[in-house]
Every structure is written in structure tokens, then in C-alpha cells.
Design a protein. Structure first.
Lengths: 154, 303
């Protein structure tokens, strides 16, 4: 009972804590291509300041994936993205569990702190011709709603 | 990364436990609901609107979400209370689909710091950031989830030993005989549906604030079927049963990575087999009675 009281007290304290977000909101663009390995995708993430449009450099980006149509059912291991060759570019390899629409949550920390949710459709009947279409539903991003992007893998 | 992964899995187990307990309560009163995801959804949207758009503190947002879910459950309970069996199940499923489709077209947005915030139909509801902006870490949020889950579970365990709990089980066994005892079965069933709605609502509010993003697709029938299955797997003898069901599905099957992609198939098979060999789950009433007897025996031997 004492442990429970402590947990509840901590919960109440955490809930009462104030907002402390610093830095500019982040806009993200994500494009993924299928690799030779089944259900494995190489993703290119481009981050920039939402207002300044300056590339976000030196950030730590953790990518989590979840399927909206099967909530809480898939627990894909989060992946830390590596810095890419260009400023604001990051790369991550995702190992998904099935084709379909996935919501990628990008947790950005470092020079700025933000969380961006991107929805992508990972599909294709064969591993050779995986197609990916990204719906530009940008949580904190700068793309117009309804804009579509098609990308085809090797 | 392993820590983040473990916390995410445990958070998922905690949040889905609420909707599992919600479906369990209705199973106890003898009704199968395929629609508990509706209350999860109503609360996710309701609490999200309260914190992200109206600027309410998180604790008030969670409370509001649970209350709105309870109110929605009352709206469902009143017209459906006289329905039995399959008819009740179909009615709850229809209500849940109705709620999901309403959220597909529901748009209510306000501009906050230059950003449009709020539900935007099929595009979902983004920026439910009360927890995120408060710098609450995933681990700290995990403690909040399990703190609230502990309160709800203790409430269920107290309920099971109370007169109300006995009445609920009586209704589940035989509503006609219960009625003959002079009890108002319909009133008690309405109470059970509302309580179940509130419990699902707590889970929905917690989910929305952890994910920071919800959309109607999340609240499809799959979530409701899972909620129901957890009670049927874990057992209907005690509120711990559905939690065992959740732990088996998400915890055990997730830990066997080789089958993770096929988990839904394995899960479906498991439900089918258990319904045949143990229709009231692993921890059914007989198992709970036996365990309690053993426990009392051990305590007596100690003394």
C-alpha cells in the first residue's frame, strides 16, 4: 500500500509539472526504400526548422513505428537515426512486421526538442518492386495536406 | 534503445489493460461487447481536446476523458439494456462503428501559436502534447499508467468482494433469477456499462497523450475484439484474468520475436482453443476458488 501511495504521489507530481519546451518546432520529410531484406526499409529523414526552414543539425532522432489500424499490437524496436551526408539529413533502417500503413514517430532531441508523426504506406507484393507512397500528414511538418509523393525502390 | 523498447511494450500492456478490464466487467454481467473501443476513442478525443485545445491541465483532461466516456456509455446503455446476447453485441459493435465514422468527419480546430490544432476528420488529431511538453519522460509516464491501473485494479478487486460485485455475477449467471430476488437488473446493467465506459476512457486518455496523435482508424473493431479476447483468455474468475490475457498477448508473444509477425494468427488460434477447452479462461471461477482455498490453507498452516 505504501508503494502504491508513493507511485500515486509521483504520478501527481509529474502531472503537476509545468511546460518547458525549448526551441523551434521541427518539420520532417521521410522517404523510405525497400532493401533486399524482406520488410526492411532504409529511410531518409530530412529535418528543418518549421519557421526558419534551416536544417536541424546535430540532433538525436529516434524513430518508432506503429500501425494505426492495429494499435498497441506491434511493438517494433525503436531505431536511432544516424546523421546523413547533408545538413539536416538522417538515415534509419526500419524492420517492420507487415506491409500497410504505419505511423512513424520521430522523437527529436538535441538543439531542439520535438515529436513529429509521419504516416507512410509500406506496400508491394514482391520484395523487388516495393512501392512506397507517403501521405503528407505532417505532425509539425510543413507539407500541404493531400500532397502525395510516390517513390519506387531499386 | 532496449530501454525505450521495453518501456514502450510495458506502456502498451498497461494502456490496453484498461480496455481489457472494461470488456471483462461486461463479460461478468453476461454481456459480450464488441464496442469498448468507442469509449476508448471518445475519451482519447475528449481528453485531447481538453488539454491541447482548451489548455486544461493533464489530470483534469484525463478526468474529463473518463467522464465523457462514461456519459457516452450511458447513452449506449439506456437503449440497449433490454437487449440480450447477440443483439447486445451487435448493438455495441454498431455504436462503436458509428463513433469511428463520426470521428472520420469530425473537424474542430483552433489556432494555437500559429498552428491549427484539433481533430481533422480522417487526418486525425495531432499535437496532443500536454505530457510531451511537460517533459515527462516515457518512464515517468509509465509510472503514471501503472499508478492509475493499480487504482482501477484495486477497485475491481474490492468490487468483486462487495455486494455489488455479487449482484453483477448473479446477473451474469441468470438475470431472470436475479430479477426474482427483487433486484432491478436493468439498472445494475446500466451501472456496469457506465463503469466499463469510464475504465476504457481512462485507457483512451492515457493512450492519446502518450502517442500525441490519434485517428479514427485506431479505434476499429480490432481493438474491441482484442479487449474481449483478453478476458476470455486470462479468465473471468477475477479481474487479474484479463491482465493475464494482455500479458500473454503482448508480453509473451512479443518476446518470441520469431512469431511476432504472425502474432495475430497465433493469438486467434489461442482464443479458439481456449474457448473450447476453457470457455471461461485460464483463471475461471473454479480456478480462483481453488487458489483461494489453497491460500487460506497455507495461511492456516503458517499460524
Amino acid at each position: 500500500m505504501r508503494t502504491l501511495t508513493a507511485v500515486l504521489a509521483l504520478s501527481a507530481m509529474l502531472m503537476a509539472s509545468g511546460a518547458a519546451m525549448a526551441g523551434e518546432r521541427v518539420a520532417a520529410d521521410v522517404s523510405c526504400t525497400a532493401t533486399a531484406e524482406k520488410l526492411t526499409y532504409d529511410c531518409m529523414i530530412m529535418l528543418k526548422g518549421k519557421k526558419s526552414s534551416e536544417p536541424v543539425e546535430g540532433a538525436e532522432v529516434v524513430v518508432k513505428a506503429d500501425m494505426p489500424s492495429m494499435p498497441l499490437a506491434h511493438n517494433v524496436r525503436p531505431v536511432k537515426a544516424a546523421a546523413g551526408s547533408m545538413p539536416g539529413h538522417y538515415t534509419a533502417t526500419l524492420e517492420l512486421e507487415m506491409h500497410g500503413e504505419w505511423a512513424l514517430t520521430l522523437d527529436v532531441s538535441g538543439p531542439t526538442r520535438d515529436r513529429v508523426v509521419k504516416k507512410l504506406h509500406f506496400g508491394g507484393a514482391s520484395g523487388e518492386t516495393e512501392h512506397l507512397h507517403e501521405e503528407m500528414k505532417d505532425h509539425g511538418g510543413d507539407m500541404d495536406h493531400g500532397e502525395m509523393k510516390m517513390e519506387e525502390s531499386q | 534503445m532496449d530501454d525505450i523498447y521495453l518501456i514502450a511494450v510495458l506502456s502498451n500492456i498497461g494502456m490496453i489493460s484498461f480496455i481489457a478490464l472494461s470488456a471483462y466487467l461486461l463479460l461478468v454481467v453476461g454481456e459480450i461487447s464488441f464496442g469498448q473501443q468507442a469509449f476508448f476513442a471518445v475519451s482519447a478525443y475528449g481528453s485531447g481536446i481538453a488539454t491541447a485545445m482548451w489548455g486544461w491541465p493533464i489530470w483534469l483532461g484525463l478526468l474529463w476523458g473518463a467522464l465523457v466516456a462514461g456519459a457516452a456509455a450511458l447513452v449506449v446503455a439506456i437503449p440497449t439494456v433490454r437487449l440480450r446476447g447477440l443483439y447486445f453485441s451487435v448493438a455495441t459493435l454498431a455504436f462503436a462503428e458509428m463513433v469511428r465514422l463520426i470521428f472520420e468527419i469530425f473537424t474542430y480546430q483552433v489556432e494555437i501559436e500559429g498552428e491549427l490544432v484539433g481533430p481533422d476528420g480522417s487526418d486525425g488529431f495531432r499535437d496532443i502534447r500536454a505530457i510531451y511538453d511537460s517533459n515527462v519522460s516515457d518512464f515517468e509516464y509509465l509510472l503514471i499508467i501503472y499508478g492509475l491501473l493499480s487504482v482501477v485494479l484495486i477497485g475491481f478487486l474490492i468490487l468483486e468482494r462487495s455486494r455489488l460485485g455479487a449482484i453483477f455475477r448473479m446477473i451474469g449467471e441468470d438475470p431472470l433469477l436475479t430479477e426474482m430476488q427483487g433486484l432491478n437488473v436493468n439498472a445494475y446493467k446500466i451501472l456496469a456499462v457506465v463503469m466499463a465506459g469510464v475504465v476504457a476512457g481512462i485507457g483512451g486518455a492515457l493512450y492519446a497523450h502518450l502517442a500525441t496523435y490519434v485517428e479514427p482508424k485506431i479505434f476499429n473493431v480490432m481493438l474491441g475484439v482484442h479487449a474481449l479476447a483478453y478476458g476470455l483468455i486470462g479468465g473471468l474468475g477475477t479481474a487479474v484474468g484479463p491482465l493475464i490475457g494482455v500479458a500473454i498477448d503482448i508480453g509473451l508473444l512479443e518476446s518470441i520475436r520469431a512469431i511476432s509477425g504472425y502474432r495475430m494468427i497465433v493469438f486467434g488460434g489461442l482464443v479458439a482453443v481456449l474457448l473450447i477447452v476453457r470457455p471461461r479462461g485460464l483463471l475461471d471461477e473454479a480456478a480462483v476458488h481453488w487458489l483461494r482455498g489453497r491460500w487460506r490453507g497455507l495461511v492456516r498452516a503458517e499460524n
